[in-house]
Design a protein around this ligand. Structure first.
Ligand SMILES: *Cc1c(COP(=O)(O)O)cnc(C)c1O
Length: 366
């Protein structure tokens, strides 16, 4: 069976360095907010080209705390893509603000700047631009709209570590960016982790306080904060893996090229599109097919596991029933959710395996 993602294989490559990292954390005797986290924050900020990085417990907290630090709450509206992983929406809901979903572009799967304009009201305080599947959102147009209306932009870069818009890395394209280091992401820890990058010193300081009970100085609490910290062990593991992020992403790009070549011209299959402005890092390689579920089952028979990102859009989840959206409220998003299929992708899938996946799809469909 060709696995969709082989986390065991991915992390086994670092086994010895991980053991050294554990030893050095144990040796230091410092487990929370110490040198490892400080150095990872510095390394990751440098990698993104941003001035500051604040480590937190996970990607959802990264999104949530950034919105919190901007003071968002009840009565405020935040524009979000209608097709995204639900965490993007949850972060807004947790502040008490209202999600205002906007349809994506069908080809890039990312929020459509043209539709953002129609959704702006006097209550709009922020836009969350998700770089879905590793493809940067159209940040030039999004930032222009935001600037014109004086609203903040938060990147949800949880699926796009290392991706670029033109020659600027994600994480350095808006007022702030949220990353996740969930194990399956392009840069994954050995557990949960996340961070916010920004060039705004004031915001970085607020976030450093918010993640730590609203305190920068022990037992002095300026604001009502939470406990959401990237711990020393996860930071140490991430310090081990960060130097390999670019080569991992290049491997993903080679696998994507094999799929794109191997599936070219195949009737009924819509291949993923990479806009000229993005350096796509292929968190996921997502094709579309009208008989998606059937195709997925046929692939299982050939020993290929695939996944669906995502089967149910946020507006049709019970969690958001109170918003009153129905089937066909967001037709582009629903079409995407009904047709997408993610092929095996990751830094350890071999070129031969990718060829086999493409050949299998060809033989099923011809
Ligand atoms: C993974 C993910 C998140 C949430 O990250 P966690 O670390 O799992 O909390 C948020 N947004 C998107 C688009 C994601 O893919």
């Amino acid at each position: 069976m060709i696995p969709f993602l082989d986390l065991k294989k991915i992390n086994n490559a670092y086994r010895e360095s991980f053991h050294d990292a554990i030893d050095s954390v144990l040796e230091s005797g410092w487990l929370i907010l110490g040198e490892q986290t400080k150095s990872f924050e510095c390394n990751f900020a440098n990698y993104c080209g941003s001035k500051f990085c604040v480590g937190v417990a996970n990607g959802l907290d990264a999104l949530h705390l950034a919105l919190k630090a901007w003071g968002l709450g009840p009565g405020d509206e935040v524009i979000v893509p209608s097709n995204t992983y639900i965490a993007t929406w949850l972060a807004v809901s947790f502040t008490g603000a209202t999600v205002v979903p906007v349809e994506p572009e069908l080809d890039s799967f990312n929020i459509d700047p043209k539709s953002i304009k129609d959704s702006i009201t006097p209550n709009t305080k922020a836009i969350i631009a998700v770089h879905l599947y590793g493809h940067a959102a159209n940040m030039a147009e999004i930032m222009d709209i935001a600037y014109e209306h004086g609203i903040k932009v938060l990147e949800d870069a949880a699926q796009a570590h290392g991706a670029m818009f033109n020659s600027t890395r994600v994480g350095n394209l808006a007022d702030a960016a949220a990353f996740s280091f969930y194990p399956g992401k392009n840069l994954g820890a050995l557990g949960d982790g996340g961070c916010i990058t920004t060039n705004d010193q004031d915001l970085a300081e607020k976030l450093a306080s918010l993640r730590n009970y609203g305190s920068q100085r022990k037992y002095h609490n300026e604001v009502i904060g939470v406990n959401s910290r990237l711990d020393e062990l996860q930071s140490a593991f991430l310090n081990v893996k960060l130097p390999f992020l670019d080569s991992d992403n290049e491997h993903r790009q080679r696998i994507a090229a094999i799929y794109t070549k191997g599936l070219a011209g195949l009737k009924g299959v819509v291949l993923p599109f990479a806009a000229p402005y993005t350096n796509h890092v292929w968190h996921l390689y997502v094709i579309r097919h009208e008989q998606r579920d059937w195709l997925q089952n046929e692939l299982v028979k050939k020993g290929v596991s695939t996944m669906i990102h995502y089967p149910v859009p946020p507006h049709l989840q019970p969690a958001y029933a109170h918003l009153g959206y129905k089937k066909s409220s967001f037709p582009i998003s629903e079409l995407i959710h009904n047709q997408v299929l993610s092929l095996p992708m990751g830094p350890t899938i071999s070129f031969n395996e990718a060829e086999y996946v493409a050949e299998s799809i060809r033989s099923i469909l011809s």
